[in-house]
Design a protein around this ligand. Structure first.
Ligand SMILES: [Zn+2]
Ligand SMILES: [Zn+2]
Length: 424
């Protein structure tokens, strides 16, 4: 019988990588605080309806990618493919409309999509997600963009650029839809198969098709910006003004419509890296009708999500720092079995003092313990032997320089603390 492996499309985040994630999540949490966003933990599964109604029946996510199952009572549940719908659900359910508006929340955790596994894309993936709900103010759109830029700047990502578009609202979108359909109708048969099915159901998505034939056809197609109503038009110019104010590098991409139905007005992405090696590191926008589509009262909102795997990968490609890997500060080396208790006492004293310390549990020889200490990444070896015990001292060896000295038993922790070599 072969041993059981992880299901296709998922993976383990091992300690050699997880410390990098910790850094990304730390920076995210601190930046969130600086922008007045509070953390919320949401369930990993929700009623299927939340996503089919909230995200949209005709989106790829809902049509092909959801992990939907029936629980033991026959309810249809779905592992969350994204967070905005859950955020809005929680806002409505917990009557956050009674709070000071906008309510600004963030969360991090795994999302689930049944996609074809490929490099850097998994069926369980992590996102950080920020949402500001309860305000129409275009400067709230700007704030979410500024927040994402600040996180990426603090993580050290290079050449950050904001790409924006406005996808309109229920007033102006039908105008654009008709103009787009009129434009495409004579060449409908030249569009790719997917776009032909999109023509009636979701023609806007044809604009962001990557198929070269479709792109050529849509090159001169009417864009959403040219069809915006007065309200959407002035909202969009306020957003651009705000982005100027914060000094962001901005370009307008008329093809940026994003894959989800709920976006209204502002849609955006943040790119990082040099031309040719540019990565979209986050995507977001405004979703003023999401709350209504899941049965709530009109509640405007705006936010973004960014994939943690994608961020870490981009940071690695760009040689960004993840801070210092949290390794051991000290390894306690015990020279004789008979004084192991003394060694353990020292070990727990160090740990209580906030020094990351460990000891051998597999009966290694004195020499092998030293070798293991060196390989563990610890800065110091603290040797406890019969001589040390009788003289009330510990031999502290700096594993980088090789220097060693006798330190009085009670001073070991402070000697390590003040050495400048303490990790983390
Ligand atoms: Zn409009
Ligand atoms: Zn196409």
């Amino acid at each position: 019988m072969s041993s059981i492996s992880a299901p296709r499309g998922v993976r383990d985040i091992l300690p050699d990588e997880s410390w990098k994630w910790e850094h990304v999540l730390d920076v995210t949490a601190r930046t969130a605080k600086d922008f007045g966003y509070r953390e919320i933990h949401l369930p990993v599964f929700e009623h299927t309806e939340l996503f089919s109604r909230g995200v949209g029946e005709t989106t790829d996510v809902v049509e092909k990618e959801m992990y939907t199952f029936e629980d033991r009572a026959g309810r249809s549940l779905t592992l969350r493919p994204e967070l905005s719908a859950s955020m809005v659900r929680s806002y409505l359910e917990n009557r956050m409309d009674k709070l000071h508006q906008p309510v600004k929340l963030w969360s991090a955790g795994p999302m689930f999509r049944y996609e074809r596994p490929q490099k850097g894309r998994y069926r369980q993936f992590w996102q950080i997600d920020f949402e500001a709900m309860g305000s129409q103010d275009p400067y709230v759109d700007v704030e979410t963009i500024a927040l994402s830029l600040e996180i990426f700047k603090r993580l050290g990502l290079s050449r950050l650029e904001v790409v924006v578009n406005s996808v309109g609202c229920p007033v102006c979108r039908p105008v654009h839809r008709e103009a787009l359909q009129d434009f495409l109708r004579p060449r409908l048969n030249d569009l790719c198969e997917t776009c032909q099915t999109r023509f009636d159901r979701n023609p806007l998505r044809i604009l962001d098709c990557k198929n070269p034939a479709c792109r050529e056809i849509t090159d001169g197609a009417p864009d959403t910006i040219s069809c915006l109503c007065d309200e959407c038009s002035s909202h969009f110019s306020e957003v651009r003004k705000g982005l100027d104010t914060i000094g962001a590098a901005v370009s307008i991409d008329k093809r940026l419509v994003r894959g989800l139905d709920y976006y209204t007005k502002t849609a955006y992405e943040v790119l990082s890296g040099d031309l040719g090696a540019q990565n979209a590191v986050c995507g977001g926008g405004r979703y003023d009708n999401l709350a209504e589509s899941i049965g709530g009262p009109h509640t405007p909102g705006v936010g973004f999500a960014a994939g943690v795997e994608r961020i870490v990968l981009t940071m690695e490609q760009q040689g960004c720092s993840f801070g210092r890997q949290p390794l051991l500060d000290a390894f306690v080396v015990c020279s004789e079995e008979g004084i192991r208790d003394e060694a353990f006492k020292l070990l727990y004293e160090l740990r209580s003092a906030g020094i990351a310390a460990d000891i051998d549990y597999s009966g290694r020889s004195f020499k092998a313990q030293f070798k293991f200490a060196g390989g563990s990444g610890a800065s110091f070896a603290c040797v406890v032997g019969p001589e040390e015990v009788s003289s009330g001292s510990v031999t502290v060896k700096d594993l980088q320089s090789g220097e060693q000295r006798q330190v009085a038993r009670g001073d070991v922790a402070s000697a390590i603390m003040t050495s400048g070599h303490k990790n983390g």
